[in-house]
Design a protein around this ligand. Structure first.
Ligand code: IMP
Length: 417
């Protein structure tokens, strides 16, 4: 059966490691949304791979495909592809010809958008031009990969884009769009990628019958429609977008992935956030620093209320918990089970104002005793008793089995139940 790995929190759940681990059993790994705002670090045999666009399945020699829902920065992709080609023999990567491109003016506009917001209202984007690139897609202005097949098409599009954006760029003292440079750079890029660009007709014929692993980027709580708008990313991160973003109409099972605690980068509501030394400890021990922006991630206890919501909006079939080892030796571990006594079906998760006004107290948390160190991770039964109690409580609350337990960055530190 095909599978989708979907982040259930605010991203950074450890999808890269799990995609790498599971991809052994699949032929094709597919990204269907987002861009280089995502970031994975995967360590295999002492080699570190830093990936933003290309799915980590590439490391196992699997075919990787970036679908039409992805937004792609040509400069960034060229560098990442080059790095992968140096580390791996003949990596198999394909790009949908329908992909919308992120160009320099998108990154300038991303910064302008943030600069006009008051500090407490800033989104805290990754500044990679993601929002403006999706705005152009919806506004029917995008330069698509297929446009690169004709200089005439690029020139026509970029001329009208220039008319539209130059006045804005100019009024914010930003450099205007340089048509000659943009066209030249795009043609050079096309020469690098022309042999790996494929049309939807090819996808249907060649990929539909393969065993597919879909790799979500960001997390369900950053979904444009389901998340805490406007503190979200500009794509639909949830599993239902797989059909649109990949153009593959196939059945799949959804594996929801979450960390044993919560983190969030950027602004927006975070009900179980910790503002004390425990939060600092988790950040340090869990190395909670953004792969893309190097920003310190905000940390908090596991939030089962929002996790239950994420499971529902993604139709999650099974779960994967990561990084419980970061909580080893804490004298007590808490999980959020209600929001001011409200259960998940009484909360509107897309209304950020209400979520921000929450002020949780002790009665909203379940407390667990320390499990000390994890000495033997051969299987679930050999784990410390208190960790098993913790995991079973989560399963019971969510009513979905936790099938994968990841307790470190290495492939060997993974338990399958
Ligand atoms: P954007 O996607 O760069 O527009 O950023 C919008 C919000 O999503 C910001 O809060 C970012 O920090 C957050 N975000 C985007 N991509 C990721 C990710 O891969 N992990 C965690 N947060 C992300």
């Amino acid at each position: 059966m095909n599978k989708a790995i979907i982040g259930l929190q605010w991203g950074d759940e450890g999808k890269g490691k799990i995609v790498d681990y599971l991809s052994e059993h699949f032929d094709l790994v597919v990204r269907y949304q987002g861009g280089n705002n995502a970031g994975h670090t995967v360590i295999v045999n002492d080699t570190t791979y830093k990936l933003n666009l290309i799915p980590s399945g590439v490391i196992r020699g699997k075919t990787c495909y970036l679908g039409q829902g992805v937004v792609l920065d040509p400069n960034h992709f060229s560098k990442e592809y080059d790095q992968i080609k140096k580390k791996l023999v003949n990596p198999k990567v394909f790009l949908s010809s329908n992909i919308s491109l992120i160009l320099d003016y998108h990154k300038q506009l991303d910064k302008i958008n943030e600069s006009i917001l008051k500090s407490e209202k800033k989104i805290g984007t990754t500044a990679k031009g993601i929002g403006p690139a999706y705005q152009d897609k919806v506004g029917r202005k995008s330069i698509k990969l297929y446009d690169l097949r004709s200089i005439k098409h690029i020139e026509e599009k970029i001329q009208s884009i220039k008319k539209f954006y130059d006045p804005i760029l100019d009024s914010f003292d930003q450099s205007k769009i340089n048509i000659d440079k943009t066209v030249h750079d795009l043609i050079s890029f096309y020469n690098i990628v022309k042999d790996i660009i494929v049309d939807n007709s090819y996808i249907k014929k060649e990929f539909k019958s393969k065993k597919i692993l879909f790799e979500g980027a960001q997390g369900a709580l950053l979904d444009l429609d389901h998340g805490s708008y406007p503190y979200v990313t500009s794509s639909n991160t949830v599993s239902s977008n797989i059909f649109i973003g990949s153009a593959l109409q196939v059945d799949f099972q959804t594996v929801g992935i979450f960390k044993a605690y919560s983190t969030r980068v950027g602004n927006g509501p975070f009900p179980s956030e910790l503002f004390n030394e425990i939060g600092d400890y988790i950040a340090e021990k869990g190395v909670e620093i953004g792969t893309v922006t190097k920003r310190k991630r905000r940390c908090g206890w596991l939030d089962l209320v929002s996790l239950k919501y994420s499971c529902e909006i993604n139709s999650v079939n099974e779960l994967c918990i990561t990084k419980a080892d970061v909580l080893n030796n804490l004298s007590e571990i808490k999980v959020c089970k209600t929001y001011n006594s409200k259960k998940y079906d009484d909360v509107n998760f897309s209304e950020s104002n209400t979520l921000e006004s929450l002020n949780l107290d002790d009665s909203d948390f379940e407390v667990f005793q320390s499990w000390g160190e994890i000495k033997d991770l051969s299987n679930f039964e050999t784990l410390p008793e208190n960790l098993k109690i913790y995991i079973k409580y989560i399963e019971g609350y969510l009513d979905i089995p936790i099938k994968i337990i990841s307790l470190g960055p290495e492939r060997s530190q993974t338990i399958i139940r």
